[in-house]
Design a protein around this ligand. Structure first.
Ligand code: KOT
Length: 798
């Protein structure tokens, strides 16, 4: 094969061609890594044609484009996802095996793109895939962090953080666009010229674009995820270099690159750092310029903007995009302020992902005004306009010395949405009650969803095959078709196959855990899984308390007929969140003691898998028997892991929180293990004096479990190690762990009982699968297209 004979049709030849001419490797000496890159290039070639066709179709139709602005895109690996969506899996596997290589090894060689913390970032990634699947012309805009979320390991049970380095290897999925640069200003002052305000920034950086194509199911459509990187305007100061000051010569470049250097590891906690605000403005401003450039290339009248552009703010992190758009329309394009405000408002929408007060973003006006002096004036002007129209309005964007990003996003948006029915309802009665009174049509609900291509078809090939054998393959692009499985859940023969799939997935996980971590998991046991960020409101400490109590009861009553369990934990804590780090250490300490107890370890194991990420989720979810969704009611906006577990046949033990409520309604209350206070009851309970102390005093099991922690049996020689946790559980206990413990215990024993009936359990698990089709992110995106963006699919027009 010669270079000019680039093979188009034969996949095997295409891989060899790329190995030779793109990577310059002799097949005889190529490593797994080289083959993986060659395969990725061959796959990428097949994406590009469709990508260009989609872009051309959008231009031809002059279609409305959706712009999804998000600080986070938690993508994970892309090779398998792309292969799955292009339906190349069989070809790719055959080609790779014909070279004598292991196909799975190759897929697993790709590093995770971890440009996000958790649910918010993963949702953005699922949305990008569904937007492409539905043929909605859309762009994602984010930051190309050089270092994604830190790598987690444990040292004596404690979380250690190491930098993540996904760009250390060539990243095949990105296309550098050096021509798409914008120069962005920061700081400086606002002067008046010809009676008009003019912002004169003091510092400048450039944004450089990297495009990642996102291909939908069956390759029908492809959109672009555009990630911005910081670059200096003048990367190198030759004068300083010649004067011998080599470090200073490259200083500007180092500073500019700092902006996109690292993802902030905070999740649902406030950071409040100058660099963070710089990151937010950097990517929002670059995106707004790109959006306007694209619009103005084909349109002269800015008043048409809302017909052609829908901007979605993924929480408040890109909220400054609103004032930036307004500023350009008014200051630079010369539209009157009220018209610029109306256009901005007609384009922008905002999704809220949390009501936790500590996560509601706000900036001190000093810092804000130093960095963005003109934007501060614009925000004041918007507040003033609103105050004129609504004199009884209370929540201005600027108040008490701060710029409040939630209020700002709300007043600059056409639609504001919550991410589950319960959460949206709470938005209306709590955080945004005042705004809701004034603009009663603005808040709408769009319950989250997950892409079935990655979270069932891709990650659970055995279950995917069984489903396709049973009901055909239409479900992958139309998840509600899973309903057709329901009659089979009454068929003993089919249920046996269904149970065999779960058993095989559990065996796979056990093999991996032995290879990778030297663990021996009992595959007969119930795999009970809680994977998510560590946070007090998510209550991993409730779960570990139950493990302690169960262990104590097993020891006391060893001959009872206990259902064997493996409790599996995974998740990272924000590096500065010390309580969460204590919870991690406690789980690891408890695991050490319980797993070493020969009297119980056939019946109970506790395992904490380090470095939870998208890839680990793809391994664990197909192998789970039970999904732990145990947040304090009213605190988890939606959850999306809960949907992935149900879809893969793991019933939920959970509270009436977030999307758990909708999951329970759809799968049926008899197929869901409910416990705990409702959101309303939780509010009321907090007002009861000594609620935690009373709950502990009234529950001997809970009391004994807490006593065990206090006594130091899990921290020999250091009984005080968990003083903070003990004090919290018996004192303030804002998240009501003690109050919910007894009911959680009861529900867990119901799980034990139900699991002992293996046929009954299989039926329950199968019904969870059959009834979870509504949780496809395709359904969610259709909702956004209709209710929020007024955007149309271009499928069939490419
Ligand atoms: C983080 C910082 C500030 C504001 C919000 C967050 C946030 C919220 N990060 N992740 N979330 C989660 O978003 C998911 C997607 O909507 C929800 O399912 C989940 O309940 C949120 O906690």
């Amino acid at each position: 094969m010669a270079k000019d004979e680039m093979p188009k049709s034969d996949f095997r030849d295409a891989i060899l061609w790329h190995l030779t001419y793109t990577l310059g490797k002799d097949p005889d000496h190529a490593q797994v890594f080289d083959w993986r890159l060659a395969l990725s290039h061959a796959v990428r070639d097949r994406i590009v044609d469709r990508w260009m066709a989609s872009t051309r179709a959008t231009y031809r139709a002059d279609a409305k484009r959706v712009y999804y602005l998000s600080m986070e895109f938690l993508i994970g690996r892309l090779l398998q996802d792309n292969i799955v969506n292009l339906q190349l899996a069989d070809q790719a596997q055959a080609a790779i095996e014909s070279f004598g290589l292991d196909y799975r090894d190759l897929l697993l060689d790709e590093p995770d793109a971890a440009l996000g913390n958790g649910g918010l970032g993963r949702l953005a990634a699922c949305f990008m895939e569904s937007l492409a699947t539905l043929g909605c012309p859309a762009y994602g805009y984010g930051i190309r962090y050089e270092h994604g979320l830190f790598r987690q390991s444990f040292a004596e049970g404690r979380q250690m953080e190491a930098p993540e380095d996904w760009l250390a290897q060539p990243y095949v999925w990105q296309f550098e666009r050096p021509e798409a640069r914008f120069t962005l200003g920061f700081g400086g002052r606002v002067v008046t010229r010809d009676g008009k305000p003019v912002w004169e920034p003091e510092n400048f950086v450039q944004s450089e674009a990297y495009d990642v194509p996102v291909i939908g199911w069956q390759g029908a459509w492809a959109n672009t995820l555009r990630l911005w990187a910081g670059r200096a305007v003048d990367p190198f100061d030759l004068g300083r270099f010649n004067a011998g000051d080599f470090t200073a010569a490259a200083e500007a470049e180092a500073l500019a690159r700092t902006i996109s250097r690292v993802l902030y590891p905070e999740d649902s906690t406030e950071a409040g750092k100058r660099l963070r605000l710089t990151q937010e403005y950097f990517f929002s401003a670059a995106s707004i310029r790109d959006i306007l450039r694209r619009f103005e290339a084909d349109h002269a009248d800015l008043r048409l903007l809302p017909q052609k552009v829908a901007i979605q703010l993924n929480d408040t992190h890109p909220a400054i995009a609103g004032p930036e758009l307004l500023r350009i329309l008014h200051d630079e394009r010369g539209l009157p302020f009220d018209e610029a405000l109306a256009i901005t408002r007609a384009c922008v929408n905002y999704t809220n992902h949390t009501l936790l007060p500590e996560a509601l973003e706000s900036w001190g006006e000093g810092l804000f005004g130093e960095l963005l002096p003109r934007h501060l004036q614009i925000i004041d002007r918007i507040d003033a306009e609103d105050a004129k129209a609504h004199p009884d309005r209370r929540n201005a964007a600027r108040g008490e010395g701060r710029v409040r990003m939630g209020e700002l996003s709300f007043i600059l948006s056409n639609r504001v949405n919550g991410v589950s029915a319960l959460h949206t309802g709470l938005m209306k009665t709590t955080v945004f009650a005042d705004q809701h009174r004034i603009w009663p049509d603005r808040i709408v609900n769009q319950t989250n969803g997950v892409t079935p291509r990655r979270w069932l078809h891709g990650c659970n090939p055995r279950l995917s095959r069984l489903i396709t054998q049973t009901i055909g393959d239409g479900w992958v692009g139309d998840l509600e078709q899973l309903q057709a499985l329901e009659p089979h859940a009454a068929d003993a023969g089919w249920l046996e196959q269904f149970a065999a799939v779960k058993a095989a997935n559990k065996a796979d996980l056990s093999d991996w855990a032995r290879r990778e971590h030297g663990l021996t998991l009992n595959p007969q046991a119930l795999f009970d899984v809680q994977i998510k960020r560590i946070h007090e409101y998510k209550r991993q400490h409730l779960n570990i308390l139950e493990a302690i109590a169960l262990w104590q009861e097993m020891r006391e009553n060893p001959s009872a007929d206990w259902t064997a369990r493996v409790k599996i934990f995974g998740g990272k804590a924000a590096p500065g969140y010390f309580f969460a780090k204590d919870i991690i250490r406690l789980i690891n300490d408890v695991a050490g003691v319980i797993n070493a107890d020969a009297a119980t370890n056939e019946k109970l194991q506790v395992v904490y898998l380090p470095n939870y990420n998208v890839t680990l989720a793809e391994r664990l979810i197909p192998a789970a028997d039970l999904s732990e969704q145990i947040s304090t009611a009213g605190k988890e906006a939606s959850g999306t892991g809960n949907m992935k577990f149900a879809l893969n046949g793991a019933p939920t033990i959970g509270t009436l929180d977030g999307a758990n409520v909708e999951i329970r309604e759809l799968v049926g209350p008899e197929n869901f293990f409910l416990f705990g206070l409702t959101a309303e009851e939780a509010e009321a309970r907090r007002a009861v004096p000594d609620h935690a102390a009373r709950a502990v005093a009234g529950d001997p099991r809970l009391k004994r479990a807490i006593e065990a922690i206090r006594s130091g049996i899990f921290s020999p020689g250091e009984p005080d190690r968990y003083a903070n946790i003990v004090e919290n559980l018996t004192g303030a206990d804002y998240f009501l762990v003690a109050s919910d413990f007894a009911d959680y215990w009861r529900a867990q024993r119901e799980v034990d009982f139900a699991y002992a009936d293996r046929d009954g359990w299989a039926r329950m698990a199968a019904l969870n699968v059959a009834r979870s089709g509504w949780f496809s992110s395709d359904r969610t995106i259709r909702g956004y297209m209709q209710d929020i963006w007024n955007a149309k699919s271009l499928l069939g027009q490419e």
